[in-house]
Ligand binder design. Structure first.
Ligand code: HEC
Ligand code: HEC
Ligand code: HEC
Ligand code: HEC
Length: 501
């Protein structure tokens, strides 16, 4: 109130102040009007787009090229997700062998399939090829062969909602991965994100709807801007498969922070695997892109994933969303520069600075954590007891969970730089605490120093943890040349495989 009194006094003394305030308010009203007009105009554009439909798309239509007849611009840009021509300082749209670049990661995942093979993500066009080609899915030749459940298909393409509809959700998850090889054949397409009648964004993956419901939220009430993020949060999230049922579940009941999710898993007594060297009960983080993005500066200002990864393009008076989902750094003009006036170099520089700072901690953590697992193995070898090791194993679980949470969310160090660095710092702290405890145990067994194996290449690290890579690679190659062509041939014959990229 004091301020208002002061203000009216000031205006009385100098009327120009009053007029200035009036002018500023008028300009603001005018700008808001422009914004409203541009939104209405865009709605009108989209309305004409829909009324110009050439073919009727019905049900869960997995044939993206049929949708493309109605929406050629979105279809043409969607097809570009097959391109592999971009590299930023740390990320790119091609297959990168991460284990080759960081052999310590082989040690971190000892006893788990990720130690065999792990490549950085590339475009949505490759979802089926990559899940099929990775050593992690093994070589199933009949419907009951493992090692992975059908749940692994869930984020790969529009055949998933089609099959869930056919089989029922429970039954879908209960199959083996190989059992659906002839069915899930088209990579991420229009039916993964859109309702065919209205073209509105829609959630096709039950796990997201269920996670919202358990928190008392109804996802159908999400705003259009929220949907531009939630469409991605169907897949770009942390998840686990429940033991026994392999039911895909998002662990958000107590919150979405790294600590809240850890507590969820601890309370459920959940472990993904037992570490082959340290015997720690481990968690594997998936890709908590949505969780970390949500606490970052852009989410806090109301931005959605699509604002940077699917920006609007104007072409001959028509505005549409670029469906070439990839690094926003390839096209800074239509991404960052729609809001920021900084130069391209400067904007790239911001991203690289965040990434580099986080990588400084990650590099340290990766090395110290690998060393901790190896020290723990030495302690077991010397006769350490469960009681001596219990607290240490918990620290190793906690440290690696933090490391993985940030690393597996590939954009996190830009999406949420402060949170990512906080998590990595705690990860490093836990790894060093584990080492301090380990040194005490080792001392009791007369060990002064643990000699580290040669981890300078992926091959050496894999040999150290006892993997027979020649055999695994040979078996996979044979399987890719025999079983997979049969799957694809059958799918083509049944008219199910139509995506041509
Ligand atoms: C149906 C699941 C699914 C949905 C929905 C989905 N993604 Fe993806 N996304 C994936 C998978 C799987 C990959 C990895 C593909 C590979 O490497 O074979 C991926 C890869 C990516 C990449 C890496 C591309 C590159 O060139 O390196 C980006 C970026 C990305 N997605 C962003 C998004 C955004 C933004 C959305 C929402 C508009 C979204 N995704 C929706 C599953 C999904
Ligand atoms: C990964 C999710 C995803 C996939 C796959 C996808 N879209 Fe979209 N689509 C979006 C998002 C996000 C928008 C922006 C919606 C908004 O702004 O409300 C959008 C918008 C659209 C629009 C509205 C006009 C526009 O361009 O903004 C059309 C039409 C469209 N998509 C067609 C398609 C077609 C055709 C395909 C398949 C070739 C497809 N989409 C695949 C997420 C997706
Ligand atoms: C403010 C812009 C912005 C928003 C909003 C945004 N991202 Fe990103 N994203 C980036 C940048 C920048 C990178 C790093 C790209 C690089 O280094 O080449 C990135 C990287 C990624 C990557 C890794 C790509 C790769 O090649 O490995 C994925 C996946 C991703 N983002 C998904 C998402 C998802 C999902 C959302 C929403 C929950 C989202 N992003 C929101 C800017 C954004
Ligand atoms: C739709 C608008 C929009 C887009 C697109 C966008 N930003 Fe931003 N960005 C913002 C807003 C709003 C803020 C907060 C500004 C403030 O508080 O001064 C912000 C803040 C930032 C910050 C400061 C973050 C902090 O810690 O507070 C950086 C760095 C940044 N953006 C870089 C980028 C880059 C790089 C891209 C492209 C990959 C991008 N932005 C895309 C709107 C956008």
């Amino acid at each position: 109130m004091k301020i208002m009194q002061k203000l009216s006094q000031a205006i009385k003394n100098r009327p120009i102040i009053g007029w200035s305030i009036f002018a500023v308010v008028m300009v603001a009203v005018f700008l808001l009007g422009l914004l409203a007009a541009s939104i209405t105009e865009r709605r009108a554009e989209i309305a004409t787009l829909y009324s110009n439909k050439k073919v009727e798309i019905k049900g869960i239509n997995t044939h993206s090229e049929e949708w493309g007849i109605n929406y050629p611009r979105e279809y043409d840009t969607w097809k570009k997700t097959k391109e592999m021509d971009f590299q930023s300082k740390h990320l790119g749209n091609h297959k990168q062998d991460v284990l080759e670049a960081r052999p310590e990661m082989v040690v971190l995942w000892a006893g788990y399939a990720f130690s065999k093979d792990y490549t950085a993500p590339r475009g949505h066009a490759y979802t089926i090829a990559d899940v099929t080609e990775t050593l992690r899915t093994g070589t199933p030749v009949n419907d009951s062969d493992g090692p992975q459940p059908a749940t692994c298909w869930t984020c790969k393409g529009p055949d998933v909602p089609r099959m869930m509809n056919e089989l029922g959700i429970d039954k879908f998850y209960k199959q083996q991965w190989g059992a659906l090889g002839k069915e899930i054949v088209n990579p991420i397409g229009c039916a993964d994100c859109h309702d065919p009648k209205t073209m509105a964004l829609t959630i096709t993956r039950p796990a997201l709807i269920e996670a919202f419901a358990r928190q008392g939220k109804d996802i159908t009430q999400a705003s259009p801007q929220e949907m531009r993020t939630l469409a991605c949060a169907q897949c770009h999230v942390e998840y686990h498969f429940t033991k026994g049922e392999n039911y895909l579940t998002f662990p958000w009941d107590g919150g979405m922070t790294v600590e809240a999710i850890e507590k969820y898993y601890d309370d459920a007594n959940f472990t993904d695997w037992t570490h082959a060297l340290s015997r720690a009960p481990m968690l594997k983080a998936q890709h908590p892109d949505y969780e970390l993005f949500s606490v970052g500066p852009h989410a806090q200002r109301g931005l959605s994933c699509a604002d940077c990864h699917m920006p609007y393009i104007s072409e001959g008076g028509i505005k549409y969303s670029d469906h070439h989902v990839m690094s926003p750094l390839k096209n800074i003009e239509s991404t960052c520069q729609t809001c920021h006036r900084d130069s391209e170099e400067k904007l790239k520089g911001y991203v690289y600075e965040y990434q580099d700072k986080a990588l400084e901690i990650r590099d340290r953590l990766e090395k110290e954590l690998a060393k901790s697992h190896i020290m723990a193995k030495t302690a077991w070898d010397k006769g350490a007891t469960e009681k001596e090791m219990k607290g240490i194993l918990k620290l190793l679980r906690q440290s690696q969970w933090r490391w993985d949470f940030v690393v597996a969310s590939h954009g996190s160090t830009f999406h949420a730089p402060v949170e990512s660095q906080r998590i990595l710092a705690h990860g490093l702290d836990k790894a060093m605490q584990a080492q301090l405890e380990l040194q005490k145990v080792l001392f009791n067994y007369g060990v002064k120093d643990v000699s580290m194996p040669d981890l300078s290449t992926k091959a050496k690290a894999q040999q150290y943890i006892g993997l027979d890579m020649a055999k695994l690679n040979k078996e996979k190659k044979e399987w890719l040349n025999t079983t997979v062509p049969k799957w694809l041939e059958q799918a083509k014959k049944d008219g199910k495989l139509t995506t041509k990229l």
